[in-house]
Design a protein around this ligand. Structure first.
Ligand SMILES: *Cc1c(COP(=O)(O)O)cnc(C)c1O
Length: 489
């Protein structure tokens, strides 16, 4: 009786009016479905007006606003100026497209909001299930360990951490890299992704310990050059400990000879890591699968699910063949996290023992739902479709007198440029850079760019399940038009 008289007013962050929040939720879903269904009719990208940028430099909100007003701000200022990567003519960098069910899965995951660091609850078993599915996709051993992470960069860091600790040959976790008796050296091609170098730097090995081996005309690692580098490093008293194979490079989609790299790693008693961020998924295309032979021999494998598997960001995956080595690299269990045998703190999968994060979100749900929704065969068909579209675009480029293909097209990436008689590379570089900006500003299509042998290349990286052949027709038509306009200026 006493306590009631105190009249304590306690608050929560739940809505005061559940009914109007529910109505708002329904409206958001309706609006987003309308948006996704009509995505093709909108520009790929538009410059952000200054007034919208100004809206996003306000001071910290101190008082409540109605959810309806907050949502209105989102529609006004955010929904209208997206990156564009969900549009059918977006082919910049390598960025996935996402799906409607993936979007809904994100909502369900946030609603349940579990922590997948560990414990005995069902979300943990969902992640274990999708990791098993990933192993099956790549014919990777069932006893391997794995972890869903934010993306390929983190997956590379996880794999390379296990590589470093396992091959160091001393108590690296306690003594640190300073105690290494020899410089630990890693090898990969000059086309390796920047996240590999970041990992080497973060691991305290220093970027000078990463040998960037030259590539051949197909942008694959020159294996003889790598073997020579390993021999030289051994002669100099260093410890060659890891080879990184590329399964799909960012510049051109090149796939290294993974079987050959696996053999050398095994002979040299080195770790074999494969960065397959997007390209590894080409195993789902029966036509491309043979090119990836040897992938399943990797000691660790990094790949993304938010690129060529079209799942909403962020989600990538690291698989490690030697589960004990993986556990030994990351497990650290203070008393308050000790694993029980019964109750909520039990459970056989403590993912926090296999990576950097303790609190971990329910990334696994969108993977589980998406794989069930489409089945892996359909993903394979869509991946093959993207590869066929890249070939189609390469042919359009070859058939157009003003266009020039700048690299082979082994996968889903097409590098080309607009060309004109009598212009040197320098002038062509400037022309193509301006052309790309005008293309973006036109809202018609969004490729990105790279530089190949000093040549500025328009780069189309196609992991877009919404693209159709007519989109590539329009791209080529527009590039020719803009290029000719620029020539006249
Ligand atoms: C995208 C990419 C990465 C990095 O992956 P994120 O998901 O962006 O962190 C690494 N390697 C390659 C080859 C990539 O294409």
């Amino acid at each position: 009786m006493q306590t009631q008289e105190l009249l304590v007013t306690e608050e929560s962050l739940d809505p005061v009016d559940w009914k109007s929040m529910r109505a708002l939720g329904h409206q958001m879903i309706d609006d987003m479905f309308g948006y996704l269904e009509s995505i093709r009719e909108r520009p790929v990208w538009q410059p952000i007006p200054d007034q919208v940028k100004a809206e996003l430099t306000q001071s910290l909100p101190t008082e409540p606003e109605s959810p309806e007003k907050v949502y209105e701000d989102f529609v006004q200022n955010i929904l209208a100026y997206p990156m564009g990567n969900i549009h059918p003519r977006f082919w910049s960098w390598v960025i996935g497209t996402g799906t409607p069910l993936g979007m809904l899965a994100e909502m369900l995951a946030a609603g349940l909001n579990p922590n997948l660091g560990g414990g005995e609850h069902v979300a943990i078993y969902v992640e274990a299930q999708v990791l098993d599915w990933c192993k099956q996709m790549f014919s990777y051993p069932a006893r391997a360990s794995g972890l869903l992470v934010s993306g390929g960069s983190m997956a590379n860091l996880v794999g390379l951490t296990v590589a470093r600790n396992t091959k160091a040959g001393f108590g690296l976790r306690t003594q640190g890299v300073q105690a290494a008796p020899q410089r630990m050296v890693m090898y990969g091609s000059s086309e390796m992704h920047s996240s590999i170098q970041k990992a080497v730097e973060l691991l305290g090995l220093g970027s000078e310990s990463l040998r960037k081996i030259p590539v051949d005309a197909d942008f694959q690692i020159d294996i003889n050059a790598m073997q020579n580098a390993i021999a030289e490093d051994r002669a100099a008293g260093h410890l060659p400990f890891c080879i990184v194979g590329n399964a799909g490079t960012v510049n051109t989609g090149a796939i290294d000879d993974l079987n050959h790299l696996a053999e050398i790693a095994s002979r040299e008693k080195m770790w074999f890591h494969v960065d397959g961020a997007f390209g590894a998924l080409a195993v789902l295309s029966p036509e491309l699968k043979p090119k990836l032979a040897g992938l399943e021999r990797a000691d660790s494998l990094a790949f993304d699910l938010h690129k060529w598997m079209s799942m909403p960001m962020e989600v990538g995956c690291a698989l490690v063949r030697d589960a004990a080595a993986h556990h030994d690299a990351f497990s650290l269990t203070p008393a308050y996290l000790s694993h029980g045998t019964r109750g909520l703190a039990a459970g056989s999968h403590w993912f926090s023992d296999y990576g950097i994060q303790l609190s971990r979100g329910f990334r696994a749900l969108k993977v589980w739902m998406s794989l069930k929704e489409h089945g892996v065969k359909k993903f394979g068909r869509v991946i093959q479709q993207n590869i066929d579209q890249a070939q189609y675009l390469a042919k359009l480029v070859n058939d157009a007198p003003e266009l020039e293909l700048l690299a082979p097209v082994p996968l889903n990436i097409v590098c080309f440029r607009f060309k004109a008689n009598g212009m040197d590379d320098q002038a062509l570089n400037e022309l193509n850079a301006e052309l790309l900006i005008r293309l973006h500003e036109s809202g018609i299509a969004a490729p990105s760019y790279t530089e190949l042998d000093g040549k500025y290349a328009l780069r189309v990286a196609n992991v877009n399940h919404r693209s159709r052949r007519e989109d590539f027709d329009l791209l080529v038509e527009t590039v020719r038009r803009l290029g000719n306009e620029l020539l006249k200026e």
